[in-house]
Design a binder for this molecule. Structure first.
Ligand code: ATP
Ligand code: MG
Ligand code: MG
Ligand code: MG
Length: 581
């Protein structure tokens, strides 16, 4: 494959784009791989597309090699399947929604659990058909609140998503492990360092979920690890409860004066009194979504709870008031309760939570910081409880509770030594989903005894475009990109310099010879461009080997440069091909 710089659809830039903060974003734009089309949405240029295809090929080879089969779904999907699982609502502002000419609702899919489940339901009906793992490499859409860092958090991005279908838990465990193994191989091949961290609090029971985090300062995830091998996203760390529960610190008036069923006014007043916010007062419109807490009973037993309102459920004063009434509690979908055994039904005011547990006990919750750790105490007439707090995902309002503060040097929850804190980019995520989707969409098969059983599923994602950016992030210097050979847009960047026709004739011959060896060559055959500009472009583009045909030709040598080390040597013409293959 020969690409000629004279005709290549490319403009390199000497200046960083103004909106770019991280190296991969700056360099991919400057070197002419991508162009911004809209916030978080990028156009792929020829060089970028070549790297993207190489990443996709590696992902595809590892998926195929593990026996998973490729399919391809549309991105434009009807509302109904997402309605059935409540995700049409749960996703809130996170998805792009649109209407067709008849007024029917559609969305651009953020992920495809529903459609895969329905496809399998459509075609399969027996345990004999399972296990099955199918995948796609496909464009996803998420209306991210803060698209940033170029490809790392896009609003349109490419994901490899797989789904496994099994008849029982042991099968799911095998499918999960097969995906985990395939991910290890594919990230190794991409040359991306990763830490596999648990992504769910152990307290949440049954399901299993792990993330592949690429350690990087610019990552948005914080994880902890211990020398003993414990590794978890801080979102999943359950902070240990201190010996002395901080009940006694709670101002008595707050606890005792609280009516059993708080009203919206009492909550907002309480918030403004106890947690005043500098810029503006709390109002009933401030919400906190899907916070996972561990309820610690006075006898020491723990139960996982999710509190808050999923997705875009509007919390206005009326709704807040209504949400404490048992009638309105019923409006929470069954899947909200199915997710966790003891979901607290309720609502969240500003930093003050009202909740009702499955057993019907109502709480007023009071989050505070004690010794640098955030705690929530809950009060009701049965007594006081302490909740230790674990961040829920993607909750919106500012000023609300953050993840439990885990500090450097804390003991790991499994006792395996002091925790080290680091940041990472989530490049992959594997998730033992269990029966939630199959249940909601009624995917059942006949088991060996002729009985209908609900299928158990897993879902597994790789951020293809994000992984590409992560590679760029870790492979550059102050002059430009430095691709590993397996992902580079070409194997050799051949540069012809000067005005001497003999140089161009020889370079042309070399290009053909390298091509005959199966190498992809990017040939800078431009006539009116100075050597300095050509070298700068070669360094910016980042092909691993640069071959310069120029003055040395008179002595029968060309320069062969290693982009990464900067080392160069004069190589006799006859040996050039051998030196780069
Ligand atoms: P994040 O926590 O970064 O928002 P996520 O947990 O929402 O990611 P998943 O739903 O687990 O993402 O999707 C699977 C994979 O898709 C992620 O592990 C990540 O690599 C990739 N991904 C998710 N969101 C984006 C995005 N906005 N841009 C690029 N890649 C993304
Ligand atoms: Mg996300
Ligand atoms: Mg995540
Ligand atoms: Mg994830």
């Amino acid at each position: 494959m020969l690409l000629r710089m004279s005709t290549l659809f490319l403009r390199t830039l000497r200046e960083d784009p103004v909106d770019a903060e991280v190296a991969s974003h700056k360099l991919l734009v400057r070197a002419g791989y991508i162009r911004r089309a809209a916030p978080g949405i990028y156009t792929w240029l020829p060089l970028g597309l070549r790297v993207l295809r190489r990443v996709e090929d590696i992902v595809r080879e590892e998926m195929d090699g593990a026996g998973f089969q490729e399919v391809h779904f549309p991105a434009l999907l009807p509302r109904e399947p997402y309605e059935a699982t409540n995700r049409w609502t749960d996703y809130g502002d996170g998805i792009f929604r649109l209407k067709d000419r008849k007024g029917a609702d559609y969305l651009l899919a953020p992920t495809h659990e529903e459609m895969f489940t329905l496809l399998v339901k459509d075609l399969y009906s027996s345990y004999k058909d399972l296990p099955l793992s199918i995948y796609q490499i496909q464009t996803k859409y998420r209306d991210e609140a803060r698209p940033r860092a170029g490809l790392i958090r896009g609003r349109e991005f490419i994901m490899k998503d797989s789904y496994s279908f099994d008849v029982d838990d042991a099968g799911l465990e095998r499918s999960y492990q097969a995906h985990r193994d395939a991910y290890v191989r594919l990230f190794d091949r991409l040359g991306l360092e990763y830490v596999i961290v648990s992504a769910m609090s152990g307290a949440m029971g049954g399901s299993r979920s792990e993330e592949f985090l690429h350690p990087s300062e610019i990552g948005e995830d914080t994880f902890v690890r211990s020398p003993g091998g414990y590794a978890a996203n801080v979102e999943a760390v359950t902070t240990p409860v201190p010996d002395a529960l901080p009940f006694d610190d709670a101002p008595a008036a707050h606890v005792e004066d609280t009516p059993d069923t708080p009203t919206i006014e009492s909550l907002v007043a309480c918030a403004n009194e106890r947690f005043p916010r500098a810029d503006r007062p709390w109002t009933a419109a401030d919400t906190l979504k899907n916070v996972v807490v561990t309820l610690v009973h006075p006898d020491g037993t723990r139960e996982p709870l999710v509190i808050g309102l999923p997705g875009d459920r509007e919390v206005d004063a009326k709704r807040l008031e209504a949400a404490v009434s048992p009638a309105e509690v019923a409006a929470f979908g069954p899947e909200d309760f199915a997710k966790h055994p003891a979901l607290v039904r309720g609502y969240i005011g500003p930093q003050v939570l009202g909740a009702e547990s499955d057993s019907g006990i109502r709480y007023l919750l009071d989050p505070r910081v004690v010794d640098g750790t955030r705690w929530i105490t809950g009060a009701n007439e049965e007594g006081r409880h302490v909740f230790d707090l674990v961040k829920g995902r993607d909750f919106g309002a500012d000023g609300v509770i953050e993840a439990a503060e885990v500090r450097e040097g804390d003991a790991a929850p499994d006792g395996s030594g002091p925790l080290e804190l680091a940041r990472g980019i989530e490049i992959g995520h594997i998730f033992a989903l269990g029966r939630r989707f199959a249940q909601a969409l009624d995917l059942k098969v006949l088991d060996e005894n002729g009985k209908q059983v609900v299928v158990t599923m897993g879902s597994y994602g790789v951020g293809v475009t994000r992984a590409l950016a992560a590679v760029a992030e870790g492979n550059h210097d102050d002059k430009g990109l430095v691709w590993p050979r397996s992902l580079a847009p070409a194997d050799v960047h051949l540069v012809a310099t000067g005005k001497d026709e003999a140089v161009f004739t020889e370079a042309e011959r070399l290009a053909a010879e390298l091509g005959a060896q199966g190498l992809d060559v990017l040939y800078d055959d431009r006539r009116k461009v100075s050597p300095g500009v050509k070298f700068k472009d070669a360094e910016l583009i980042g092909v691993p080997t640069i071959v310069v045909v120029g003055k040395g030709l008179a002595e029968g040598v060309v320069e062969v440069k290693d982009r990464r080390s900067g080392d160069s040597e004069q190589v006799p013409l006859a040996d050039v091909v051998a030196s780069v293959v």
